[in-house]
Write a protein that binds this ligand. Structure first.
Ligand code: PHE
Length: 346
């Protein structure tokens, strides 16, 4: 048995030198060093049968051989790897002039893109951007906007109330529109006022292709001497033309919101069919943008702004609907499902 170790060494090293690829290397490892049937493992197992005097010498030699073979194996593996790289380089199969693989980059959400375009347009017309809280007081969201408790106009906004532990009726809510920011701004500033308020608004609504319980709005407020409905129309028209092309027209139709007088529903002619009717505008020729009107004089007065001297206009526009039109998205719910297959298209 003692002379098996040197014999095994010669044989194993010779076989290793012949192993020219990964598969041969793996076979070699199993044959000589494998846990189950490896030849060296066999020798080590056989030790128990040897007479004590021999056991120590053979054991030491076998263990030394094990370390040697493991090292030789690693070396051969590394040599093969280096050889493969050299061959690949010499064979010209690595083309160092190939462009690198593109890095996966993030992108802005389509609603954010629409929002930024709109804010840029307002900024270029001299409006400042301000923000307000999404968790709002009943006072700002309703009361101060001339919508007292029990006013039927509250039905226009299905409210998500915040449970703050106090008894009902609750006074904290998720703002149902960005209009409360009008009050917050007028509380703090005297005219001239020119601001836009981008932000989220929430409604307790069933969702469908054109309704979500969360939406992005842009509120517009201007208060100054001599402002009229024409200024409102001109401002909105300018913004829409910048976003959707200089041939755009807008339409104001009479509507009611307690905080404006007169109030209007704003629409823009469809940029896809220019008003003749198509799938984008559901055959109507018009795309709904939101509500608008002249700030109610009673609100100006309550804010300490003299309505005999100043007038104001306001508007609130929904961004998701515009983004749907702009990017051809057929279902509003797609925006917030976080499905990369959808979002990566923009
Ligand atoms: N806040 C209204 C809404 O979301 C829209 C609006 C804003 C109407 C400003 C008039 C003036 O329904």
């Amino acid at each position: 048995m003692a002379d098996t170790v040197p014999h095994l060494r010669t044989e194993a090293l010779a076989a290793l030198a012949e192993a020219a690829d990964d598969a041969a290397l793996a076979t070699w490892h199993v044959r000589y060093l494998g846990r189950k049937e490896g030849r060296l493992t066999g020798v080590l197992r056989g030790l128990a049968q040897l007479p004590v005097e021999e056991r120590r010498a053979v054991g030491a030699a076998a263990n030394a051989l094990k370390a040697e073979l493991e090292a030789a194996y690693e070396e051969q593996r590394e040599a093969l790897r280096r050889m493969a790289v050299r061959q690949a380089l010499e064979g010209g199969s690595v083309d160092v002039t190939l462009p690198p693989r593109p890095r996966a980059r993030g992108r802005l959400h389509p609603v954010t893109q629409t929002l930024r375009q709109m804010l840029d347009a307002f900024r270029s017309m001299g409006f400042s951007i301000v923000e307000g809280p999404e968790v709002e007081l009943d006072y700002y969201n309703f009361e101060a906007l001339r919508i007292p408790a029990d006013h039927p106009a509250r039905d226009m906004w299905d409210t998500l109330w915040v449970d703050d532990g106090t008894p009902r009726p609750r006074s904290l809510l998720m703002r149902t529109h960005t209009s409360p920011a009008q009050i917050r701004v007028m509380e703090q500033h005297q005219p001239p006022i020119r601001i836009v308020v981008p932000g989220r608004a929430y409604r307790h609504e069933a969702t469908d292709t054109t309704h979500e319980w969360m939406m992005t709005q842009v509120e517009v407020l201007a208060v100054d001497e001599g402002l009229t409905l024409a200024h409102l129309k001109g401002t909105l028209l300018g913004v829409m033309q910048r976003l959707f092309g200089s041939e755009r027209r807008i339409r104001l139709q009479c509507s009611y919101f307690p905080f404006v007088e007169p109030g209007a529903e704003v629409a823009m002619d469809c940029f896809n069919c220019a008003g003749t009717g198509c799938a984008t505008c559901h055959q109507s020729g018009w795309i709904e943008m939101g509500g608008a009107g002249m700030v109610h004089p009673e609100i100006l007065e309550r804010m300490g702004i003299d309505p005999a001297r100043y007038t104001g206009f306001a508007a609130g526009m929904g961004l998701e609907r515009l983004a749907m039109q702009l990017y051809g998205v057929p279902d509003m719910r797609f925006f917030y499902q976080n499905d990369l297959r959808m979002l990566q298209q923009f």
